[in-house]
Design a protein around this ligand. Structure first.
Ligand code: APR
Length: 170
């Protein structure tokens, strides 16, 4: 049974097997979590992402999918890159956001990762309302069978941490 924990902090400091990156489909870096992971993880991560673009993901990683690379200098073994949906008021993209968590856990199982740290995917630059992002994250992890022992949601700010704490309490 997977245990679910919450931490307020920086995901690049987490000593876990796999750190999930809130990437974009280019896999070539960005701001937020993506920027922090590449900055702290170093050039090996970008080199591995370029490899993926040159081979399996010529058009980029589609929204809702996940793929693993080395974690470079992070205190982790792998980074699992996933692309969250940009929030839309007119179109319900909840399934795509849920897929990020489901697919990241599937990749974690393939890797044999026992501990996985997730950020609040799509809840930053991609504009997803925080309470709904937390609800989808927690309910999807709870509903997804996985061999992962510990899922740790790592939230950068108190407001997002509190939203996840409320979602966990539901
Ligand atoms: N550790 C943990 N959480 C972080 C960190 C960090 N170092 N930095 C930012 N966050 C939080 C944000 O505060 C937000 O709550 O992660 C959540 C997700 O925010 P983003 O990183 O902006 O991710 P997202 O909303 O999915 O947007 C993805 O942003 O960085 C670009 O290349 C990325 O284009 C992609 C887009």
């Amino acid at each position: 049974m997977t245990s679910i924990g919450l931490v307020q902090g920086d995901i690049t400091e987490q000593e876990v097997d796999a750190v999930v990156n809130a990437a974009n489909s280019s896999l070539l870096g960005g701001g937020g979590v993506d920027g922090a992971i590449h900055r702290r993880g170093g050039p090996e991560i970008l080199a591995a992402c370029r490899e993926l673009r040159a081979s399996r993901y010529g058009k980029g990683l589609p929204t809702g999918q996940a793929v693993a690379t080395t974690a470079g200098r992070l205190p982790a073994r792998w980074v699992i890159h996933t692309v969250g949906p940009v929030y839309s008021r007119s179109e319900d993209r909840s399934e795509l956001l849920a897929s990020c968590y489901r697919e990241s856990l599937r990749v974690a199982d393939e890797l044999g990762a026992a501990t996985v740290a997730f950020p609040a995917v799509s809840a930053g630059i991609y504009g997803w309302p925080v309470d709904d992002a937390a609800r989808i994250a927690v309910s999807t992890v709870r509903a997804t069978p996985s061999r992962v022992d510990e899922v740790r949601f790592v939230l950068f700010t108190a407001d997002v941490h509190d939203a996840f704490a409320r979602a966990l309490a539901d």
